[in-house]
Ligand binder design. Sequence first.
Ligand code: SAH
Length: 219
Amino acid sequence: MHRPNTDTFRHQGLRKKLVKQLEAKGISDPLVLGALERVPRHFFLDVGFEEIAYEDRAFPIEADQTISHPYTVAFQTQLLEVKKWARVLEVGTGSAYQAAVLAEMGARVFTVERQRTLYDQVRTFQWLSKKYPMIEFFYGDGYAGQPTYAPFDRILVTAGAPHIPEKLIAQLKVGGILVVPVGEGDAQRMYRVLRVSETETKEEIFGEFQFVPMLKGKT
Ligand code: SAH
């Protein structure tokens, strides 16, 4: 993979334009919009996508996976209500763009990926680790969460899960929020699960989105 590594005024202008489009589509949290305006999405894609990196589209990355639509990233991040210093677990590192958006908002990010090629690729992305030393990368199965680093204030799943993964709820602090797209097949419904107490959760359901499936195991 060959990454672009200059962020020009033109790229910055395209990001501004993208943010305006996201605002028009209903994203209103200034912290989320600000983070999307600052993170250079084209750095997370192959140089072949540089010209179109700021269209509101998903793009292919390695291992048959995708970097989500900016709108989807913004929507999930907004539902997550990320605060500075929050401990956030992300399932599905992919390109690490979403992880960078969370880090840009001041979160401590723990992100797990089950595809070795993608994990290896982000580990060699030097600009990223220098810019966001608060992101920790793990190779493993997101269904298991990351028990060593639990509990988390927030958990974000960026692949379509067949059901709400129970182990993730167990790793959420009381008062914490889990955002997860749920559903098998072509479309998922976005769930926001609030852990109200040790034993209770409250669920809210938002619109339909399309994600690559959250798969079991590492292979
Ligand atoms: N957040 C990513 C988008 C990821 S697409 C970004 O910003 O680019 C979903 C990712 O979830 C893929 O990389 C896929 O390999 C990963 N994934 C699927 N099932 C998983 C699992 N069980 N555990 C961890 N990652 C998983």
